[in-house]
Design a protein around this ligand. Structure first.
Ligand code: ATP
Length: 345
């Protein structure tokens, strides 16, 4: 495979996510972003495609090729798939993997065994060395927070499978937590509601479209509707249905409340001095779910702190990894684990 960047021996940053994997070399302008997925035969013996290509062939021929994902709720569930994906992204990002240092984000609370497996996969994939950093730290760096300063910096990254919460100060992590819950749980709640109330089975992409078009964390001011198609569970035929913004709002209440509770729990466990900083400087909301309408305002009003959402919040982690790679000496305290290839150059 030829690399998309001419990055001879440069640092490769990889954010392996539940839904998407993003790899960057030399910052945001040279980033590759593809679904976290491989395609296998029905016996799951042979992996035939990775990323975008896997998604394409699975969508076209679902009876022949099956999707497998490396992570569930942010944590590795399939090492073979993880290994294949990391190798694919490393080679796509760098044309000289053997000279590359790879910087990876990992959820908080990963066991030593899980960390080692992740790093082994990178080294076996050909890299010279690998460094791990916790996801909220990468998100904070990527969103431009002054993590080396003597003040409390709070970040909440809500992706597809996890909520990663971190508070950093003076180049160290004061609190970090990963909850195995995220934007995909909002989709699950919608999917169940539509099955029960409309007796319709719908595709994952349809749920995603409904969430993005009508989803809101704040009580809606209008009752816009959205027409969608699905398979009628009573007769197996295609059926058109209409859902309203107010219904979607009600369905999303429970999973959103769970996220709010977790953020409040972290604040409760934080020292008053750091809480005072967070109230003064605010917190940053990153990850794809930060794009849900009104989520920033809802968190701000329930917790009483200003909330900032950076541009392209889903890219903050990979941007933070790149920034960290450029300033490794200054930010060495954030390394949670590292591994070097034996006999490296
Ligand atoms: N406009 C939007 N409104 C609501 N949700 C959105 C929007 N855009 C993306 N999302 C949600 O963001 C989530 C994906 O975010 P992201 O790409 O940060 O996750 P990931 O890195 O794959 O997963 P994780 O970090 O949890 O392992 C999905 O649940 C997706 O539905």
């Amino acid at each position: 495979m030829s690399s998309i960047f001419s990055s001879l021996g440069r640092d490769v940053s990889i954010d392996i996510g539940t839904m998407f994997t993003r790899a960057a070399v030399g910052g945001r302008n040279s980033m590759v972003e593809e679904p976290s997925m491989v395609a296998t035969d029905t016996k799951q013996e042979e992996i035939v495609a990775v990323g975008e290509e896997a998604e394409r062939i699975v969508r076209r021929m679902p009876d022949v090729w099956r999707p497998l994902t490396p992570l569930k709720d942010g944590f590795i569930v399939d090492y073979r798939v993880t290994h294949t994906m990391l190798k694919y992204f490393m080679h796509k990002a760098s044309n000289s993997v053997r000279r590359s240092s790879v910087f990876l984000s990992a959820p908080c609370g990963m066991t030593d065994v899980e960390q080692r497996a992740l790093m082994d996969a990178v080294i076996q994939g050909g890299a010279r060395e690998v460094y791990l950093i916790e996801t909220p730290v990468a998100a904070a760096i990527g969103s431009g927070m002054p993590v080396l300063e003597a003040r409390g910096n709070m970040v909440v990254d809500i992706g597809g499978g996890t909520v990663d919460i971190g508070i950093m100060s003076l180049g160290g992590v004061v609190v970090s937590r990963t909850i195995r819950f995220g934007g995909d749980d909002l989709n699950d709640a919608l999917l169940q509601y539509i099955r029960q109330c409309f007796s319709v089975m719908i595709a994952e992409q349809t749920v995603e479209d409904i969430k993005r078009n009508l989803g809101s964390a704040l009580a809606p001011l209008d009752d816009e509707e959205y027409t969608f198609q699905g398979r009628d569970m009573t007769n197996g035929l295609i059926k058109r249905s209409v859902i309203h913004r107010s219904e979607v709002y009600e369905v999303l209440q429970e999973p959103l409340q769970r996220i709010m509770t977790e953020i409040k729990n972290v604040i409760r466990q934080t020292s008053p001095e750091l809480v005072a900083d967070i109230m003064q400087y605010g917190m940053v909301l990153t990850g794809g779910t930060a794009l849900l309408a009104g989520l920033g305002e809802r968190i701000s009003s329930e917790i009483g702190v200003p909330v900032r959402i950076p541009n392209e919040p889903e890219h903050c982690v990979v941007q933070g990894l790149s920034e960290w790679a450029r300033n490794l000496e200054q930010m060495e305290r954030f390394v949670v684990a590292s591994k070097h290839r034996k006999g490296r150059a």
